[in-house]
Design a protein around this ligand. Structure first.
Ligand SMILES: [Zn+2]
Ligand SMILES: [Zn+2]
Length: 251
């Protein structure tokens, strides 16, 4: 097999991305949307105008710092959540196969032109449909948009998350009104849980205290009476596990 030339390949990818990006903007009429927002937890990139939303799946390729003129691949970035960076390993593996150091080194001196090359390569290797480049102070963040998510699916993904004052945006969890961050009240769960675990579509983190458990047993399960006693509230996933640890100790 003939060795692939990095510059030729990168140039090709950049040209393809230009075409792709125009198509992406036109097909979804993106200039019509006034706002955009993306969230690592949900992995959704959202364009919106008032109540009208358009949602896409996205991942983060990497970031370029205008302060230090350096590029950092997302797979090496501890501040980036796995679900929006794991896929960038595809670019790294492709780099290993073809001896493209720029795709295998995590962090190095670079420029904006190269940052676009990396983004174009990542888009090509993952069948991306477009890109977006938010700026956070001196950091340019390069994202690849991979697919449209219909609004029903997007809403059901978003409904599984909650904004927490202490922990920012996390998965939603449900606890009885007695569970708290300072006193031990017991910790009964719907099923055995651990932090960061994957949940099935229909499962939620759910816990209640010893008092609630006594009422629940007396009522032979959750009914109007036991629910009335528990007055389930929602908290974030991290708060849930802090309460679990407080009550059961670390394990
Ligand atoms: Zn309770
Ligand atoms: Zn929290």
């Amino acid at each position: 097999m003939e060795a692939l030339d990095y510059n030729a390949f990168a140039g090709e990818c950049v040209e393809e991305l230009k075409v792709l990006q125009n198509k992406f903007r036109e097909e979804y009429n993106l200039s019509w949307y006034e706002n955009w927002f993306y969230n690592q937890s949900t992995g959704l990139f959202t364009f919106s105008t008032d109540d009208v939303e358009l949602n896409f799946k996205y991942f983060q390729v990497g970031s370029f710092s205008k302060k230090t003129n350096t590029w950092k691949w997302a797979w090496d970035n501890d501040n980036t959540l796995d679900n929006v960076k794991e896929i960038t390993n595809v670019a790294k593996e492709f780099g290993q196969k073809n001896n493209f150091n720029k795709l295998t080194n995590a962090y190095f001196e670079s420029d904006e032109i190269e940052a676009w090359e990396f983004t174009a390569i990542a888009a090509k290797l993952t069948n991306g449909i477009g890109t977006y480049r938010p700026v956070d102070e001196h950091l340019q963040i390069f994202l690849v948009i991979t697919e449209l998510v219909d609004s029903e699916t997007a809403q059901s993904i978003k409904a599984r998350y909650v904004e927490c004052g202490a922990h920012e945006y996390r998965r939603i969890a449900f606890v009885c009104k007695h569970l708290n961050h300072s006193t031990k009240v017991g910790f009964e769960e719907a099923f055995e849980t651990f932090g960061g675990m994957e949940l099935l579509e229909d499962d939620d983190f759910q816990a209640w205290c010893n008092k609630c458990e006594r009422v629940r047993k007396k009522e032979k399960g959750w009914n109007d009476k036991s629910m009335e006693f528990a007055q389930i509230k929602f908290v974030c996933e991290d708060c849930y596990f802090e309460m679990k640890e407080l009550n059961l100790g670390y394990r």
